[in-house]
Design a protein around this ligand. Sequence first.
Ligand code: HEM
Length: 434
Amino acid sequence: MSQFTVQPFTPTLDNDFIFGQCKKFLKAAWVPYLYQEWSRRWPESPFIRFLGLFNSEYLVINSVQAYQEVLQTKNSSFCKPALTRKTATIVIGDGLPFAEGDLHRHRKGVLLMESYLWKASLDLIGIKALGVDLNHVESDESQLHTLVGETMKQSLSGHIIHYLSSYLPLRRLMPIKMNNNFLRSCEQIRYLIWAHVRDCRSQINSGTKTEAPNAIRLMMEQSPLWNDEEIVEYILNLLILGHDTTSCSLVWAVSILSRDPQHQDRIRKEIEDLGLDPEELGYEQIERLRFLDNFIREVLRTHCPVAYVPREAIEDVDIAGVRIPKGTVIHPCPGVINLHPQVWGPTASEFDPDRWDNLQGVAANAYAFETFHNGPRVCIGKQLSIVEMKVMLIKMVTKFRIEAVDEQAQIELASPSFTLRPKEKLCVRLVDMM
Ligand code: HEM
């Protein structure tokens, strides 16, 4: 851990002795809101420096240039921090997000081929990744859905233990009910995936063909060097990283539609004007829906479900004119850049889908919209989740008028949470238009 090492002109917060900013993190509704507050205070600085537990030093990225250098041009000077790996892999799987160098390039290549299949198809994640219908939509009894919920939705003490687990294996050292349940859910999710991996392996061995391609089969066929254990971890990556993020984004999209019906009208009109049949839409037709695309981008810009994905400098490196010493942990936080007034102008925090028709200046830079990150580590499910959201919204707005149950009600956030989500279930009224 490096201390007081970054150049002194980088803005530094008033840090508590020992705990740094940790108490504020525990109180914040959503950590990126704190970062956004700091970003508005020092809009010009490429980084904002703060201290965490035991005075460990962190930098929040606060400019498009710094974001681009960390994620792309100087990406090889960074890796995922070992402490993050320790706590994250148990939930999301030890696969692509933590592979580095050639291994990352090779394996991402194989998975990207699969994502083109996803893009071309309109099936949802469970069907394509596992080759089975997980029945998420029609049933509340999907075992996988329940288990994923148990690992992702944790209490405040669960979050604290999770964070401290990067220093000590507290889940195992403290066999209390909460920890036992958490570990059991993580194991059971892997167990369910294992069953599909074994099935797929025996189908391949016996020469049985499957109707539709799926990620497990593709990995086995394309890359014989992957063993089954590794495949389980990669599939877990796809499930966990794809499931919660996309569903949270959809919730915000529906909430915005319910509170501002003009957006629904515009989506319906666009489908009608283009003479499209909502029941017969393929990928190409969906791509022609310009307003829908703008609307979804704006939801993802203003309500990015991911808080931050840390990086650690593996060597001394200059980023946006600031010398970053080896060992410094950087927090790229999409919510900071997505809402930065110097990038998006004075209306940065307003919801305006039409801004996407006329991006000016820095906002037109690909690194101004960081919801899925960019560069070699760009989200592998970006296209899939956008298509998924479009399909769901088309289905909803063409069948129903979506009405808010209480337009004025403030939506309280689940806090703390790994993803940006409401605390309570979102309630809207669906009025059948048929
Ligand atoms: C709204 C939906 C989503 C958001 C906001 C999102 C966001 C992100 C972000 C910010 C990263 C970059 C992490 C980094 O810099 O290391 C990422 C990586 C990743 N995402 Fe997503 N994601 C979404 C949906 C999905 C879906 C649907 C899948 C799977 C089908 C998925 C699988 C992955 C994987 C495997 C990585 C690791 C990529 C790598 O390290 O090369 N994500 N995601």
